[in-house]
Write a protein of this length. Structure first.
Length: 461
């Protein structure tokens, strides 16, 4: 459906021009008095291949479906460490027993992984709209790292467990217990299966504790479970999982609507992909791969965590931090590729690429008086327009011809009505599409091939 100028203005004011969506883990018991979770928040840090987008601070994104994510605060930090290395990696968001949140994170800035640190960053938050009580807590006295914290409630101890990656001669998981995330018990080995491990995420389902982690010996993700959650009580119950060339940082997510998802982060900052699986029962250990068409992670996000939030908390986060003033256009049939400009030519390329801002667009009211136009974020004043049916990024010359060439009517996706297609304003039998990864406008109709319809379908995200 196309947007009128009045509707466009109303939706833009609401921050609703694109779909807000994404995934979540609730670790800890929900208070009976608290409303049910209907949305999700994703905490992460950022890295890009050439480091121009690196940000070693806490970032947040929100989602209503746990699959497609909208960054908050224009993808700028919402909290930044002021002690230690002055940077963080691997933030973890935990809903505590009282319904408030605590945020834990690795005390490490940048990519110098030989640096050892005995501390974790910690913040408290009532609703993730503000962060208070910043501190670092010392987890051990060893000459080793303290990476990738996860935390969960242990009813038998009436305490929280904080599990993290460390080394006692071999990479293992350590644990400290706490009641207040200020003082902790002495560290002890939590999981040491005889091969090096990294990046645990642990969730209790009923009386069973499930842990997903990376086996560094073979590079795969494994699931283990325990009836107690006690140290050294886990046994593997899944085979190794991997998508892409390498994977780490599993996130085990209980869906608000039932079932589970497992996320994994690509190994390297030069490949900013997340991968995902789904299952109806975490205890089965049977996971189904989700295609990249099914989800869109936050832009430049690395090794994060996901927590369930209520509708009121979602609205509060959006009100406090704001949704992006830009959108991305994701290809339907090449879902790892996004519309970008390169040398003033419109095309789709696999992300990541530099500069990453080439894929960011201000989706504004159509310059011709209806529909929409796409203004470049990093080259303001230039718009996607067609010229001899090819799509270019050109400066607005103020003419009626340019305004018409740069205007598109947004309609239901030609290949999938839940996505979008964009019909040319002044050549109305032609639609924006990619061909050999280059953008143009071509005639597409109900009798066109499935490939043509897919080439002309995009997700606004």
């Amino acid at each position: 459906m196309s947007l009128s100028r009045r509707d466009f203005t109303r939706l833009a004011a609401m921050g609703a021009l694109t779909t807000a969506t994404g995934g979540a883990t609730l670790l800890g018991t929900q208070s009976a008095a608290r409303a049910a979770d209907t949305a999700y928040v994703f905490g992460y840090f950022k890295e890009t291949p050439n480091q121009s987008g690196d940000s070693y601070a806490l970032h947040l994104a929100v989602s209503t479906d746990g699959l497609n994510w909208r960054p908050l605060n224009q993808n700028n930090p919402v909290a930044t460490p002021t002690a230690g290395t002055l940077g963080l990696r691997d933030p973890f968001i935990l809903r505590k027993q009282d319904g408030t949140f605590v945020v834990l994170a690795t005390d490490l800035r940048g990519r110098i992984f030989t640096e050892n640190n005995q501390y974790l960053h910690v913040w408290d938050s009532t609703d993730l709209r503000s962060f208070t009580g910043y501190r670092r807590i010392r987890m051990h006295g060893l000459n080793t790292h303290t990476w990738a914290p996860t935390a969960f409630w242990v009813p038998a101890r009436n305490q929280y467990a904080i599990v993290y990656s460390a080394s006692n001669g071999q990479d293992v998981f350590m644990v400290n217990y706490t009641s207040d995330f200020r003082t902790v018990t002495a560290n002890q080995v939590y999981f040491s299966p005889g091969y090096p491990v990294l990046d645990a995420d642990i969730v209790a389902d009923g009386s069973t504790f499930y842990m997903y982690y990376k086996n560094m010996a073979d590079g795969l993700l494994y699931g283990a479970r325990s009836s107690t959650g006690a140290p050294n009580s886990y046994s593997n119950y899944t085979g190794g999982l991997r998508q892409g060339g390498a994977i780490e940082a599993p996130m085990l997510v209980r869906n608000n609507t039932g079932g589970w998802r497992l996320w994994g982060d690509s190994f390297s900052p030069v490949n900013n992909d997340y991968y995902a699986w789904s299952t109806g029962s975490v205890g089965s250990g049977a996971w189904t791969v989700l295609g990249q068409r099914d989800y869109t992670p936050p832009l430049n996000a690395k090794h994060g965590s996901i927590a369930g939030i209520t509708a009121a908390e979602y609205d509060g986060l959006v009100s406090r931090w704001g949704l992006p003033g830009w959108v991305r256009l994701k290809s339907y049939n090449f879902p790892d590729r996004f519309v970008r400009h390169a040398s003033n030519i419109g095309r789709i390329d696999a992300y990541p690429f530099d500069p990453h801002q080439d894929q960011l667009w201000r989706m504004v009211p159509g310059l011709a008086g209806s529909g929409v136009s796409f203004e470049s974020v990093n080259v303001p004043g230039r718009y996607l327009r067609h010229s001899a049916y090819a799509i270019r990024l050109d400066a607005n010359d103020g003419t009626a011809t340019f305004r018409a060439d740069a205007t598109f009517i947004q309609v239901a996706g030609l290949a999938d009505a839940s996505w979008s297609s964009f019909r040319s304003y002044n050549v109305p039998d032609r639609y924006l599409r990619h061909s050999n990864y280059v953008l143009r406008i071509d005639p597409i109709s109900a009798s066109s091939s499935a490939t043509d319809r897919q080439d002309g379908t995009f997700r606004v995200c």
